[in-house]
Design a protein around this ligand. Structure first.
Ligand code: HEM
Length: 417
């Protein structure tokens, strides 16, 4: 359960599924993370109304069915293959290869996130570590309001993160932006079929660059995407693998379903329902509203949607809502398998289908597999198992539900993957 700390003290808590559903989708609800606004800048989750819609549409080209299919064929495959090449480099198949799951998934998902954001050349371990250090510091700055530290320490964390933006610009953003700007300029001079344009966020921004944008804005939006995609997906991957290890212990007959993407997607959604990647959702109302439970929110009131509780609402998810069941999403009446793990309403996670796949076939292009589904299946394919020599550790001081260490072993496949 969530211990939401001092940030939400005195705020009305919305805790039931029905209330959360209504208020997150209401047209009078606005984003509510005022503390991080100055640090983050006018990035997508900080916008509301027409500005928010316009930016979402600008970036939506990266998440269309065609874009996701291309991404899974090209970008994701290349990132996973180079991750495995490094993991297995110089090892033979006689011994299990030991690794730490949270740091391995972070390294892999840094490559993946860099491609989606539009940052090139994150192809060596050193570049990956360098980018990860910058992004982790950025996330610390962007979420510092959740930490139980003094105001002076909060300012220090934000200042440290801001100072790394210079290094991010020089070593990562500027070379990637230069390459993409050449392509966009060429296209604007000689308009042709735009299918050669990279399907990433940076290219989308350069295509629509506005003279009024602050010089810092592209840096902020790209860092926001890196932050939103890497840590969330890495945490979710570690959690579901842990849940599956436990599940297979009690249900060995389900091991045959390891290659079934629908079973894996069900497991991932269920794990996300139980283990959130954000402590809660903060919002503000612009008009008074009464919720189905009888709670009234006043105009201008900031409140917290405690999605950890809403996601375990027994009236929707059943009396066993606190436990993990990979088939829960198939039960009648459950329309949202991952509950509010990806939020709901206008700020619903834009990367949801990219992360977990599924959805309808559009224009003959089938539902995407999903980045996390693909990674989990590939990890299971190379025999990922808990390492009996170590024990997993959670961070007792974090508001986030996450493992900080999880020793595992992989087996090098005896034939080329
Ligand atoms: C397991 C994976 C993920 C989870 C559980 C997750 C969860 C969430 C949640 C809860 C929000 C709403 C935050 C709020 O309103 O305060 C959100 C928003 C967002 N997410 Fe994700 N996310 C995931 C992966 C991704 C990926 C892969 C990307 C990008 C490639 C991404 C990009 C975003 C963006 C840009 C927003 C802001 C959307 C808006 O305000 O319109 N996320 N995500």
């Amino acid at each position: 359960m969530s211990g939401l700390g001092s940030l939400t003290e005195g705020m009305t808590r919305v805790e039931s599924y029905e209330d959360a559903d209504m208020i997150l989708k209401a047209s009078t609800t606005r984003s509510g993370r005022a503390e991080s606004r100055q640090f983050m800048g006018p990035v997508l989750p900080q916008l509301d109304g027409p500005d928010h819609l316009k930016r979402r549409q600008m970036e939506a080209r990266c998440f269309s069915a065609a874009a996701l299919a291309e991404w899974e064929r090209e970008g994701l495959r290349a990132s996973i293959d180079s991750f495995f090449d490094e993991l297995f480099d110089g090892k033979d198949d006689s011994e299990p290869i030991r690794a730490d799951l949270p740091s391995s998934t972070l390294r892999l998902l840094t490559r993946v996130g860099a491609r989606i954001a539009g940052i090139d050349d994150v192809d060596t371990e050193q570049r990956c570590e360098e980018l990860l250090r910058i992004v982790s510091q950025h996330i610390n700055g962007a979420t510092v309001e959740w930490r139980m530290v003094s105001e002076a320490e909060r300012n220090q964390i934000r200042d440290d993160a801001k100072s790394l933006r210079v290094s991010f610009g020089t070593h990562f953003l500027e070379p990637s932006e230069f390459r993409r700007q050449q392509i966009v300029n060429k296209l604007q001079l000689e308009p042709t079929d735009s299918t050669d344009l990279p399907l990433d966020i940076l290219t989308s921004l350069l295509m629509h660059r506005q003279p009024e944008w602050d010089p810092e804005f592209i840096t902020q939006e790209i860092l926001q995407y890196l932050g939103a995609s890497i840590g969330t997906s890495a945490r979710a991957t570690t959690q579901v693998i842990h849940e599956l290890f436990t599940w297979f212990g009690g249900h060995p007959e389900d091991r045959v379903l390891l290659a079934d993407p629908e079973f894996l997607r069900g497991a991932i959604n269920e794990s996300l329902r139980l283990h959130l990647v954000v402590p809660a959702l903060l919002r503000t109302t612009v008009a008074a509203v009464s919720l189905p439970s009888g709670i009234t929110l006043q105009a201008g009131e900031r409140f917290v949607v405690d999605i950890s509780r809403a996601n375990r609402d027994v009236t929707v998810y059943g009396e066993d809502a606190d436990s993990f069941d990979p088939r829960r999403g198939n039960r009648p009446g459950i329309v949202r398998a991952a509950a509010f793990a990806f939020a709901a309403g206008p700020h619903t996670c834009i990367g949801k289908r990219l992360a977990v796949g599924g959805g309808p076939s559009i224009g003959g292009i089938g539902p995407s597999a999903g980045t996390i589904v693909t990674i989990v299946r590939d990890f299971l394919d190379v025999g990922i198992a808990p390492d009996p020599a170590g024990s997993p550790m959670r961070d007792p001081l974090s508001e986030y539900d996450e493992f900080i260490s999880y020793p595992v072993s992989f087996r090098r496949p005896s034939v080329q993957r």
